[in-house]
Design a protein around this ligand. Sequence first.
Ligand code: PBG
Length: 327
Amino acid sequence: MNLLQRPRRLRGLPVLRKMVRETRIDKSALIYPVFVREGKNLQEEIPSMPGQYRYSPDKLLFALENVLETGVSNIMLFGIPSQKDEIGSGAWDENGIVQTALKQIKQHFPELYCITDVCLCEYTSHGHCGMLEGSCVNNDKTLPLLAKTALSHVRAGADMVAPSDMMDGRILAIRELLDEHHLYQTPIMSYAVKYASAFYGPFRDAAGSAPAFGDRKSYQMDYHNRKEGIKEAELDLAEGADILMVKPALSYLDMVRELSERFLVPTAAYSVSGEYSMIKAGAKMGWIDETSVVCESAASVFRAGADILITYYAKELAGWIEQGRIG
Ligand code: PBG
């Protein structure tokens, strides 16, 4: 056969395959989500997310030492308060769980980059992401509460805030309040393209944040839509977002590509709890090889155009990058 182009030529040797690799993965692009709860000396495994825990602040410090040892230097912090109320006031309490944990983390590990999830659903008695009026989430009344929450996180030591509530106008509300307090340098990572997804199921178990009635479809996006996602991203950028996120990751790689090509800011993808739990379950059954599947999935997110990956497998991935299994 007289073939001039033979793609197999570049696949013959491991060293050559590595040389021509198009996607390279670095530990610095990984963010590890962690759950902190009130209490002392507590480390509870989350039943639907084996290997992930709810830590009390003291135990969290030990866990974070281990995170840093793996070479992961970024975390995303989620708080689980012991008390909830109608408006979610625990979210902006300066002695709230996230604020308390942040102060301790920053004291012990000033080099650890701490991003906080800004939302009310873990703090409201009804589990919705904003303030209720009747059975509807009132958008505009929620905005100042989210902005206050973000401010309290930054005051407690957060390096970056990541609003995940999906209210309209929340990026602007947060940016304005931070700027009013001269916190010009604190970036906002917007959960811009966040779909109403069943893949968040295990997280809601972990955080006890499932809505008590109804669902989140009046604020999170309909998964049939692409253009709407671009519009959300455009709006957030115009309101001052520094990083745009797509969530979940694997079923939404088209949106990762879309954002990374269109916008001149970094694109993050959040490989959510359900994605983690599915791999864990498949591996436990012996049906798939955990390491291979996690490496392949992570590479696909970066190949789609993501600059940043938020994943519960961050520590393991860092180890596999080190071993040359991926990267
Ligand atoms: C809070 C929030 C959620 C997640 C991140 N921030 C839950 C939700 O929107 O219901 C999901 C993360 C995951 O599933 O890993 N709004």
